[in-house]
Design a binder for this molecule. Structure first.
Ligand SMILES: Cc1cc2nc3c(=O)[nH]c(=O)nc-3n(C[C@H](O)[C@H](O)[C@H](O)COP(=O)(O)OP(=O)(O)OC[C@H]3O[C@@H](n4cnc5c(N)ncnc54)[C@H](O)[C@@H]3O)c2cc1C
Ligand code: SF4
Length: 502
């Protein structure tokens, strides 16, 4: 029986982040482990409210009150089992999820701070490793059916694990040189150290999943050949088509990059240093990857922008401005606009923000300024208002508000326009919709029979928790398509949307 008064005895508390002055000198994760006692107290704050809205907030349907109580009572092995029943990779979500479950926690309804669900989750996930490692669960019998998974991000990996555990022969094809999708070279080590991915890849390999890196499907292996090798195909290629701003004067200047161009290169440098390998020091335009001593301007306000900010700090940038088109969001939930238990529009402060840099809201770039040699030397910005008119976004600059910020390196983190246009699409006979995503029928098949889609490629740029949920659900559909015995869990259907008021 959970403790109904735990939230009255204990305040919400997260572990202290490593000191800024220390952590910006390395690439290690920002959060140290919380310690068993703090986590037991925090799990005790869950009162098992009876109608756990956190279940609906979490696309995976994680059994949050169950594992909170198991942690409270010290049943760590059972907590590990309960968590893994719904989430293949809680060490990823526990570190990286923005935790819509916490926005839906019933404590928030009564003006209390929500349970630190995500922190409890990561501690359980890490306890699994500490208490004997991530044991593989190979199945003795094979169904004789085989599945190709294209793309090794969290959607592809979750599907691969579910299908392998159901007895299917699974091969994951990845065009990059390492497995993990955006978790590998998109998300910096200070948010996710890469041993967490390596451990899971080892577990999946021990469960029979075959990994083929450096294979670009549609280029190195045709769709026809892949379909000839396998009984079903899952496309989980992500949504990596970065939005650009070609109309802004000065966009072609040296030093103005897509954020991912810089971020991926910087993360590769960290990976290479960890492995003792040499790494390229320059970007495609010859600019150094290292931002040391340079003025950096990051355009955009989301995860990618915050990750660029943390990277710039660690590279020793002389100064960083992060620009956002929209006004500063409220610091707490606006109940009129976003009533509980929906995901609220609030100012999100990432650890990178406490490390430095200036955030500038309600501004738009008017011009990237040339230093006379084709290299950017500044960014001319204006204060703006943003309105919706006839469903369209209208941005109006305020006269006389223009000013220039110094900039040697400008990073465009203004979102993604869906999955990349690449040969694989036409070869499989699937098309991108108006959002640049690939539609799925209710059973996760694309327009091409036997070809399924999941993750960002289907949903558009989203979150890891959605990618895992879609990977699990698509695996269930593939299992059924292949005539597998019984059914696999399907936490979401293709039409499922986050809890929202509007
Ligand atoms: C910088 C950044 C930071 C983020 N931070 C967070 C965060 O903190 N929390 C969070 O929840 N979400 C975050 N996200 C979003 C999250 O990373 C994605 O939603 C998630 O990774 C999507 O998973 P996926 O499996 O659908 O695709 P991806 O992770 O994008 O993986 C797709 C894979 O498919 C491969 N591929 C593509 N085409 C082919 C082909 N033809 N052949 C073979 N392989 C192919 C790609 O190389 C890639 O490895 C972040 C995103 C970015 C860009
Ligand atoms: S995966 Fe995300 S939404 Fe689900 S329980 Fe964990 S932190 Fe909450």
């Amino acid at each position: 029986m959970p403790d109904p008064n735990g939230f009255l005895r204990y305040e919400r508390q997260l572990p202290a982040r490593r000191p800024v002055a220390v952590r910006i000198t390395d690439w290690r994760e920002v959060y140290p482990p919380a310690g068993a006692e703090l986590i037991r107290e925090q799990a005790t704050r869950c009162m098992d409210c009876g109608i756990p809205f956190c279940h609906d907030g979490c696309p995976l349907g994680n059994r949050i009150p169950d594992w909170n109580d198991l942690v409270r009572t010290g049943n760590w092995d059972a907590a590990v089992e309960s968590l893994h029943a719904t989430n293949n990779f809680p060490e990823f979500t526990g570190r990286l999820c923005p935790a819509p479950c916490e926005a839906a926690c019933v404590l928030g309804l009564g003006g209390q701070q929500p349970v630190t669900i995500k922190q409890v989750e990561v501690e359980i996930a890490d306890a699994a490793v500490a208490r004997g490692g991530l044991n593989p669960h190979p199945v003795p019998a094979s169904t004789g059916r085989s599945v190709a998974v294209v793309g090794s991000g969290p959607a592809g990996l979750a599907a691969a694990q579910q299908l392998a555990r159901a007895g299917h022969a699974v091969t994951v094809y990845e065009r990059d040189d390492a497995i993990g999708g955006l978790l590998r070279y998109g998300i910096p080590d200070f948010k996710l150290e890469k041993q967490h991915i390596d451990r899971r890849v080892a577990q999946l390999a021990a469960e029979g999943v075959q990994f083929r890196t450096g294979v670009n499907i549609g280029v190195d292996v045709s769709a026809e050949e892949l379909r000839g090798r396998h009984d079903a195909v899952l496309l989980a290629c992500g949504a990596l088509q970065g939005r650009d701003t070609p109309e802004t004067p000065g966009r072609p200047l040296r030093g103005v990059h897509q954020a991912m161009t810089h971020l991926v290169a910087a993360n590769r440098v960290v990976a290479a240093a960890g492995d003792g390998r040499p790494a390229p020091a320059v970007l495609p335009d010859g600019m150094p990857i290292d931002a040391a001593g340079r003025h950096v301007v990051i355009i955009g306000g989301g995860d990618t922008a915050a990750d660029c900010l943390g990277v710039a700090h660690r590279q020793g940038a002389a100064g960083v401005h992060q620009l956002d088109l929209y006004p500063e969001p409220p610091h707490g939930r606006d109940a009129e606009r976003d009533p509980w238990p929906t995901w609220p529009w609030v100012l999100r402060n990432y650890p990178a923000h406490e490390e430095g840099g200036d955030r500038v809201f309600a501004v738009a770039v008017q011009e990237f300024v040339d230093d006379g040699t084709g290299q950017v030397k500044g960014v001319r910005i204006a204060e703006v208002t943003v309105e919706r008119r006839d469903g369209r976004r209208v941005v109006t600059a305020l006269p006389g508000s223009e000013r220039e910020l110094p900039a040697d390196l400008v990073l465009l983190a203004i979102g993604f326009e869906g999955t990349e246009e690449q040969p694989l699409l036409a070869q499989f006979g699937v098309t991108r919709n108006a959002r640049g995503a690939v539609d799925a029928r209710p059973d996760w098949q694309t327009d091409a029979d036997g070809v399924f889609v999941a993750g960002d490629m289907h949903r558009g740029a989203s979150l890891i928790v959605w990618a895992i949920a879609e990977g699990r659900a698509a695996a269930a559909a593939i299992h059924s398509y292949l005539g597998g015995i019984g059914s696999l869990p399907a936490p979401v259907d293709p039409a499922r949307q986050p809890l929202a008021a509007r």
